[in-house]
Ligand binder design. Structure first.
Ligand SMILES: Nc1ncnc2c1ncn2[C@@H]1O[C@H](COP(=O)(O)OP(=O)(O)O)[C@@H](O)[C@H]1O
Ligand SMILES: [Mg+2]
Length: 342
């Protein structure tokens, strides 16, 4: 997982040893604008820096995020705070067992005055959707969201309706072994750019959470905690244009591909990373390079993003799982084995 966004580095001037003259130098103003999101989120959420950085990377890539953690580690609070820190249209849907597909995508409603059916947009028509506790809802409703995520449109009565741009879903879930949950279909997990995990807080962070609570912090009132919109769609678009210009040298590109290919050879896996996964890894590494103030991707960027972009795209063999092997440990093995370009 990437570390928090580092402090600004000295921009490398054109024609230095660090890269050729045409390499982009990320705009400090844009970069700081996005880094400001982290400071805003920190007004409500203590720690969890890696997850916050992951969410910013996803926004830069217009990618969806699966956020996993046991109950009570601030999954919901984190995404609610991020929403409050963005001047974007945001919606939240609680995925309950009785939620219907139409409650997500929208449905046709009959208007008695005009005697016609018209489409009423569901909450999916938004810029940032918090799909809370997605694995508590049955597969049919999950599928309606996963389809919309993939196609960036909703088709009801045969008419496709485009979703807004950006359209980013952050879905939260408890670890899948929890009771009363419907695991997301393996085949559809790769619609998420990143899978981020929220660990239990460190002691020092947990003490700080308690201190804030005793000083009157109310997680339901983020405005009172001073959380304000500090970034918007325009800023995200401009940042994305810069991210698109971040360069990937052939050998770094080949390194990302080799890492993904190596997962397909792993004896512990029944399913390795697809080419779609390799593309996701490169996209996320580019955004991370840009956030770090560089106009080019290094092998370390690829390494830093390998876990969050690949961990949900591999499938363990049952035998390996019994032996205690995890997706994480397989990825560690692969990263240790694949030669890194100099
Ligand atoms: N890292 C944290 N920073 C701030 N508050 C936290 C943190 N971890 C837990 N909390 C507290 O625990 C509550 C539960 O968080 P919530 O977002 O509902 O968890 P989850 O969605 O993971 O079940 C929050 O409202 C907050 O008061
Ligand atoms: Mg929650």
């Amino acid at each position: 997982m990437p570390a928090p966004v580092p402090a600004p580095v000295e921009p490398t001037g054109p024609g230095t040893d660090d890269g050729p003259a045409h390499v982009l130098t990320p705009s400090e103003e844009l970069r700081q604008g996005l880094a400001a999101l982290r400071a805003e989120v920190a007004k409500a959420v203590v720690g969890q820096d890696a997850a916050v950085t992951g969410l910013v990377i996803a926004l830069l890539c217009r990618g969806h995020v699966l956020l996993e953690g046991v109950p009570g580690v601030a999954k919901t609070l984190l995404v609610r705070t991020l929403s409050a820190a963005l001047d974007l249209d945001t919606k939240r849907v609680q995925f309950t067992p009785d939620l219907m597909p139409g409650d997500v995508t929208g449905s046709l409603v009959y208007d008695a005055r005009t005697a016609e059916f018209s489409f009423r947009e569901g909450p999916v028509f938004t810029n940032l959707l918090l799909a809370d506790e997605i694995n508590r809802t049955p597969p049919k409703t999950q599928a309606s969201l996963l389809e919309a995520m993939e196609e960036r449109q909703v088709s009801v009565d045969g008419t496709p309706r485009a979703l807004p741009d950006p359209f980013v879903v952050v879905a939260t879930q408890n670890p899948v072994e929890y009771e009363g949950t419907y695991a997301l279909p393996e085949a559809q997990l790769d619609r998420f750019l990143l899978k981020l995990t929220l660990p239990l807080p460190e002691r020092e962070h947990e003490v700080e959470v308690m201190r804030r609570h005793s000083q009157g912090f109310d997680p339901r009132d983020l405005a009172a905690a001073g959380v304000r919109p500090v970034s918007d769609a325009d800023q995200l678009t401009r940042a994305r244009e810069e991210v698109a210009r971040v360069q990937v040298a052939d050998e770094v590109l080949a390194y990302a591909v080799d890492v993904c290919r190596a997962t397909r050879q792993s004896p512990s896996l029944s399913l390795g990373v697809s080419p779609r996964g390799a593309a996701a890894l490169l996209a996320a590494a580019r955004a991370w390079a840009w956030l770090s103030g560089r106009g080019y991707v290094t092998p370390d960027d690829v390494k830093a993003l390998a876990h969050p972009t690949l961990r949900h795209r591999v499938q363990l063999r049952a035998e390996a799982e019994l032996e205690g092997v995890t997706a994480e440990s397989v990825l560690d093995t692969v990263l240790a084995a694949v030669p890194v370009p100099r």
